[in-house]
Design a protein around this ligand. Structure first.
Ligand code: NAD
Length: 352
């Protein structure tokens, strides 16, 4: 299998490459294209030497690729571009991030559409993930492009629930939908706890939610983000983490990574883990339901933009949306987030 990692020398790209090898998804019969800018050539060479040193005969073929026109792979991970700074005193807005990364998304998407073989699947890691997916979907066809943000948010949601209930993550079926960032939509109505009946699940869900209902989630997330931001700006990371720990599971999903990013540690290991997990499904030849950002055209809830929703993922891309039960508030919230993401995407692309 040929896998290309665009932005391979970046923190996330580097972890994706090593996790692909460590988890046995890329071995001597496979090839990883390490894609970077010309200015990153020396670093890419160093990276190849280091990986061969570490894994030797278990390492895949490692190719250095300095032009988007030379990408030749079945699976492409896009992890290049600008990221939000970790210095809370020099903040960057998501609008500025979008303007910085849009030309990069465009140039790679255009090159892959022109020079690729027409079947590549693209897994978008870079942010704003919805914008990256929108651009690649337009050039390559929407069923070949996924954003991993919703999958990562979903893994975090399941982990937070599992941790609080003392269960393994495998026993928790749950989805975090919507926008990766400020527009998360926890689909509590779709929660299934394997080994618990409907009444036990209802009781446990009530305990987990601590009185925060779907109608007030967005407001609570915004208020808690302001509170955690204030603590980070005061350089009180310890209090920020402590405070996040007091919140309900669905708020922790949005806020724990926020604090982790500004701690300076960043979230690359977990991001690479979620990315490689998605690649595992795409490589397996089987199909699985996973939350991902995809470009919808009204097939679920009449949403007509890029949004994190549950989709059936396989080696040919995402085949269809897999609808999950939502209550009226969750439904309304997901549609509202969809409208807001659609507005932002139009604004960002018009400003380019
Ligand atoms: N989805 C998530 O949960 C999540 C988590 C972490 C990071 N991210 C996103 O992933 C992206 C990368 O983050 P990071 O922390 O690894 O950043 P990083 O700064 O460590 O790496 C960025 C990489 O992009 C490369 N790059 C920049 N311009 C390029 C170009 N024109 N061609 C090829 N490569 C180019 C840089 O050389 C660098 O290697 C960011 O957009 C970030 O927001 C997403």
């Amino acid at each position: 299998m040929n896998i290309a990692v665009i932005g391979a020398t970046g923190l996330t790209g580097h972890h994706v490459v090593t996790q692909l090898i460590l988890k046995g998804l890329a071995g001597p019969m496979d090839r990883i294209q390490l894609v970077g800018r010309r200015s990153a050539e020396a670093r890419l060479r160093g990276m190849v030497a280091d990986i061969r040193d570490a894994f030797f005969e278990a390492a895949p073929e490692l190719d250095i690729t300095l032009s988007p026109n030379d990408i030749a792979a079945e699976l492409i991970v896009f992890a290049a571009g600008v990221t939000l700074p970790t210095d809370s005193h020099a903040p960057m807005t998501r609008d500025a991030l979008a303007q910085a990364n849009l030309p990069l998304f465009e140039s790679y998407a255009r090159a892959i559409a022109q020079h690729g073989h027409g079947h590549e699947l693209v897994l978008m890691v870079s942010n704003p993930v919805e914008l990256g997916v929108a651009v690649f979907a337009r050039h390559l066809g929407r069923h070949r492009v996924f954003g991993m943000g919703a999958y990562q948010d979903t893994l975090r949601f399941r982990r937070e629930i599992a941790g609080e209930l003392g269960l393994t993550r495998q026993r928790v079926e749950a989805y975090m939908l919507g926008e990766h960032g400020s527009g998360l939509v926890p689909a509590w109505s779709a929660l299934r706890l394997h080994g618990f009946d409907a009444e036990e699940t209802r009781q446990l869900k009530k305990r987990l939610r601590r009185g925060l209902d779907s109608a007030h989630y967005a407001e609570a997330l915004a208020a808690e983000t302001r509170r955690v931001r204030e603590l980070i700006e005061r350089d009180d990371l310890a209090e920020a983490f402590r405070h996040v720990g007091t919140l309900p599971a669905d708020l922790r999903v949005g806020l724990a990574p926020f604090a982790t990013h500004y701690s300076g540690a960043k979230t690359a290991v977990a991001t690479a883990n979620a990315t490689v997990d998605m690649l595992r499904v795409m490589l397996s030849g089987h199909q699985a339901v996973m939350a991902a950002q995809v470009a919808l055209e009204g097939e679920w809830l009449e949403i007509d933009t890029v949004l994190g929703v549950p989709v059936l993922v396989g080696h040919q891309g995402w085949a269809s949306v897999h609808p999950v039960p939502l209550d009226a508030h969750e439904h309304a919230q997901l549609c509202a987030v969809g409208r807001s993401v659609g507005d932002k995407l139009r604004e960002w692309e018009a400003a380019a």
